[in-house]
Ligand binder design. Structure first.
Ligand SMILES: Cc1cc2nc3c(=O)[nH]c(=O)nc-3n(C[C@H](O)[C@H](O)[C@H](O)COP(=O)(O)O)c2cc1C
Length: 387
């Protein structure tokens, strides 16, 4: 029995319980995995300034993200196929976020549909949109998100074309999995997962099947998604979708100061500094290294959020101290979900919260909103050694 005290404990249980195909899908980056690895390892290079004899009673991690009050500025990032990591995964993750007091973001590529998540939760969630060629389908998705009272639309900009992830090709990733011999052998040891999956009818892409033209079954869906991501996406398209959404609008996947400046013209409420968790352009800089140049360029004009590599409350603190107003976790909560369902996601959030609160206190700060670069010790060449 593992006593759960850190995110890595959840990851160990997750690895034992979830089919290899879906574990590999989450725990991978594109090509060599350099950006995926550095997203996390770069956080470790930044050190913390210990301060003493500061009154730290009544400390708080509360803050806001695009106007929403949060128990800590850590939202759940959109993660496709969450419902394959655990039966009804999106609903369980959304409930965990609701219980804990942070926003949940539902992916376009989710298993549970927008309506499903809305019916099973009370707090408005956020919806992530991929731009696809089928404009009617996108319009309809936006209307469905409005009808479900989603509070924010996050438009993902870094996936006009899919980065290659070797493991997915080698494993023949599919939803639900095709029952080949290696998959069947693997499933024998993942019986908990299998029993729960048999008890739910949510086993396909809930936002797409039955809503997109000519997609009624799963086999045609594989072809459809491969062809659907729209390579023509440009800033005019972004402006067009901004106009169709009257709630909060967030641009996800910005890694360059020039793009951050362009994002200002769109009228977005926030941008997310992100490289899709190292799953798209391998060799891109880690999110944390990219953050300061973007804060310098637009930090006083728009709310800047960040994701990528966050596995602890200390990582969250470092991102906030460098100027991010909010952060997101993707894999850190997916580990919890695959390990223990809703309780596992709550556990991931509690772990990160405790680490954030304790670290903040030992740095001599009482509120996450007061954190600055002053709380950090940053190697001299950390940000400026690339030209
Ligand atoms: C398994 C997996 C699936 C993902 N699916 C989506 C998605 O459907 N839409 C999206 O915008 N980002 C997606 N992402 C990227 C996340 O939203 C987020 O940017 C990333 O997970 C952050 O890095 P982290 O996992 O190290 O926290 C996915 C990430 C993972 C790990």
């Amino acid at each position: 029995m593992i006593i759960i005290t850190e995110i890595n404990d959840l990851k160990k249980i997750y690895k034992r319980r979830v089919p290899k195909m879906f574990y590999d899908y989450a725990e991978t980056g594109s090509w060599t995995g350099q950006t995926f690895i550095e997203n996390s390892s770069d956080f470790k290079k930044i050190r913390l300034r210990q301060r003493v004899a500061v009154d730290i009673e009544n400390k708080t991690t509360e803050s806001t993200m695009i106007g929403r009050k949060v128990r800590m500025p850590v939202a759940l990032a959109p993660v496709g196929l969450t419902g394959m990591q655990h039966a009804n995964g999106e609903i369980l993750a959304a409930k965990a976020a609701e219980t804990f007091g942070v926003p949940y973001t539902l992916s376009t590529m989710s298993v549970c549909s927008i309506e499903d998540v809305a019916q099973n939760t009370e707090t408005p969630f956020w919806f992530q949109l991929y731009v696809m060629r089928d404009e009617d389908f996108i319009k309809n998705l936006i209307s469905r998100a409005k009808a479900a009272e989603c509070e924010a639309l996050l438009l993902t900009l870094d996936l006009q074309i899919l980065g290659q992830r070797h493991k997915d090709l080698k494993n023949g990733l599919s939803t639900p999995p095709k029952l080949t011999l290696p998959v069947l052998v693997d499933l024998l040891t993942k019986w908990r997962w299998g029993i729960k999956m048999l008890k739910t009818n949510r086993r396909s892409f809930g936002n797409i099947v039955g809503h997109a033209k000519n997609v009624n079954d799963v086999s045609s869906l594989q072809d459809w998604t491969a062809k659907q991501f729209d390579p023509r996406l440009n800033w005019e398209t972004v402006k067009k979708y901004r106009k169709q959404w009257d709630g909060k609008f967030v641009l996800k996947g910005i890694l360059d100061a020039d793009d951050a400046r362009k994002a200002l013209d769109v009228g977005a409420d926030a941008i997310i500094v992100s490289n899709h968790g190292g799953r798209q352009l391998d060799g891109a800089l880690s999110s944390i290294r990219s953050l300061p140049q973007i804060i310098d360029a637009v930090g006083n004009k728009i709310e800047v959020h960040i994701d990528g590599g966050i596995r602890s409350g200390q990582d969250v603190l470092k991102a906030l101290a460098l100027g991010a107003v909010g952060t997101y976790i993707g894999r850190a909560y997916t580990y919890g979900l695959g390990a223990l369902g809703q309780q596992g996601v709550e556990s991931a959030l509690e772990i990160i919260h405790k680490e954030l609160e304790t670290t903040m206190a030992l740095c001599g700060e009482k509120s996450v909103t007061n954190l600055t670069k002053n709380n950090l010790l940053i190697p001299k060449d950390f940000f400026n050694n690339y030209v």
